[in-house]
Design a protein around this ligand. Structure first.
Ligand code: MG
Length: 319
């Protein structure tokens, strides 16, 4: 779908989280997003922009771009990829409404199996969280180098049937990965997501299954990605428009890289539009809205490791 110019409006939104969401490089208790509204012929299309700090984006910069450009002629001129994604999603919504097409009609299901993420907690809280999701198919844990095996042992004991994804968010050293390779193999690990800094990719000499997240951005270092990683993490917010996302999906498929489709901590206004891409992906990580206290009306719900889509959500045509 080709973006054609529309008037852009935006509204600042704030979502408080149920718990502190901590990963190796920081923590947050709330998220601030922009609700993007595109208007054409009295129809409004919506999308959500969640600026990506890791890629040098912030709300101030994005508001500045939008304040200068109330009418965006070419979506490819927008450098901030999270904003490009939000506008693309809003435009998709507009097109569905214009063509009287329900969003549910392009989805294969209303139920999607997802990995469930446990951010960094102390041992007591972590154990409690694992118990809640005992033996689900895939648990994703955010870990730095501290107490890794204590956390893995808890999963092994409490939820032995679950596959484990470790997301280190670039916090491990090359030597830590190397020294612990043998020990890590004793656990039911599906893959380790971004163990080391993306600039250290070429130093990795590991046989463990790895997933590129921060390293798979703007398709830099493509040669290394194919050599080192078996999986790539595709998050719509870090790739941009629908065309950009589909290009990344095509790249992954061509290079036999498995696709782990992810999300930010965000509301249903980010997750629901992104569900149109899940049919191309091997594993989903779409639990972002489960961390916020109060989502949009008719937002997604979670039942164990399933995301449940409610077709009453305001996205696409409603009769
Ligand atoms: Mg990640």
């Amino acid at each position: 779908m080709i973006y054609k110019n529309c008037y852009v409006n935006f509204k600042l939104k704030e979502f408080f989280l149920k718990n502190n969401f901590k990963i190796s490089r920081g923590s947050k208790s709330k998220i601030k997003t922009l609700e993007i509204k595109l208007t054409k012929n009295n129809t409004i299309g919506r999308g959500e922009c969640v600026p990506y700090k890791r890629y040098d984006e912030n709300l101030k910069k994005i508001i500045k771009i939008l304040s200068k450009n109330r009418k965006i002629d070419n979506i490819n001129n927008i450098k901030a990829l999270s904003l490009r994604n939000a506008i693309s999603n809003a435009y998709f919504d507009l097109a569905l409404k214009k063509n009287k097409k329900k969003f549910s009609s392009i989805l294969s299901s209303s139920k999607f199996k997802t990995a469930i993420t446990i951010p960094m907690y102390n041992i007591k809280k972590f154990t409690k969280e694992v118990k809640k999701i005992k033996n689900i198919k895939t648990i994703k844990v955010k870990l730095d180098q501290k107490n890794v095996f204590n956390y893995l042992n808890i999963i092994k004991k409490v939820s032995p049937k679950s596959k484990i994804i470790i997301d280190a968010n670039e916090s491990w050293s090359i030597s830590y990965l190397q020294i612990n390779e043998k020990e890590l193999k004793k656990y039911n690990i599906l893959f380790i997501e971004q163990p080391v800094k993306s600039c250290d990719d070429q130093k990795i000499k590991s046989k463990l299954p790895l997933c590129a997240d921060e390293s798979f951005h703007l398709r830099k270092n493509i040669k290394n990605i194919k050599k080192i990683y078996k999986w790539v993490n595709i998050k719509p917010d870090k790739f941009g428009s629908e065309t950009d996302i589909l290009k990344s999906i095509t790249f992954a498929k061509k290079n036999k890289l498995k696709i782990f489709f992810g999300c930010m901590v965000s509301s249903s206004l980010s997750i629901i539009p992104s569900l149109r891409f899940v049919k191309y992906c091997d594993m989903l990580d779409v639990d972002g809205p489960s961390f916020i206290k109060k989502d949009y009306k008719f937002g997604v719900k979670y039942k164990k490791d399933y995301l449940i889509y409610d077709k009453k959500f305001n996205y696409g045509y409603k009769c």
